[in-house]
Design a protein around this ligand. Structure first.
Ligand code: HEM
Length: 140
C-alpha cells in the first residue's frame, strides 16, 4: 500500500515537473521590448509638434502602447539584485511607472484624435519624463 502511494505521488509530481517545462511562447525580456521602443520614440519626439505628421504619430503612439503593455509582463533584472526586503516595493514602483506610460499613450492618442496638438505634445513630454525616471531607477 505504501509503495502504491509513493508511485501515485511520484506520478503527479513528475506530471507537475513536465508541465513546468512544457513549451510555451518565450516571453521577451525588458531589454528586447525597450530596444523596440527606442527608435519609435526617437521619431515621435521631434515630430509630435507637426500636425501634418499626425497620422504617422498616431501609429507610433499605438505601437508604443502595445510595447508599454508588454512591459507590464516583465520586470527589470535589477530588482532581483536588491535586498529581498526591498524587492516588492521596487517592483510596485516599476509597475506604477509603466502603468503611467500606458496611460500617457492613451492620452496622446486621444489628444490627436481630438486635434488637440498641445495635449498630445504634453503627453509625449510626460512619456519622455517617465523614460528618464525609469532609466535612473531601473537601468543597471
Ligand atoms: C518612451 C519611453 C521609453 C523609451 C523610448 C525607452 C527606451 C529604452 C532603450 C532604447 C533602452 C536600451 C535598450 C538596449 O539595451 O538596447 C532601454 C532600456 C531600459 N529601460 Fe527604457 N524606455 C522607456 C521607458 C522606460 C520606463 C518607463 C522604464 C521603467 C519604468 C524603463 C526601464 C528600462 C530598463 C530597466 C532598461 C534596461 C533593460 C535591460 O538592459 O535589461 N524604460 N529603454
Amino acid at each position: 500500500m505504501k509503495n502504491l502511494i509513493i508511485i501515485f505521488v511520484s506520478f503527479f509530481a513528475l506530471q507537475g515537473a513536465f508541465a513546468e517545462t512544457a513549451p510555451t511562447a518565450p516571453a521577451r525580456d525588458l531589454k528586447a521590448i525597450m530596444k523596440d521602443m527606442g527608435p519609435k520614440f526617437k521619431v515621435l519626439g521631434p515630430q509630435i509638434v507637426d500636425p501634418r505628421k499626425n497620422p504617422e504619430s498616431a501609429k507610433l503612439i499605438q505601437e508604443l502602447g502595445v510595447l508599454a503593455r508588454e512591459s507590464l509582463t516583465v520586470r527589470p533584472p535589477k530588482i532581483a539584485t536588491l535586498p529581498a526586503a526591498e524587492q516588492r516595493a521596487s517592483e510596485l514602483r516599476y509597475l506604477r511607472m509603466i502603468l503611467e506610460l500606458n496611460l500617457q499613450t492613451v492620452d496622446a492618442e486621444e489628444a490627436l484624435a481630438a486635434n488637440n496638438q498641445a495635449a498630445a505634445i504634453e503627453a509625449v513630454k510626460q512619456m519622455g519624463n517617465l523614460r528618464g525616471e525609469g532609466h535612473d531607477e531601473f537601468r543597471e
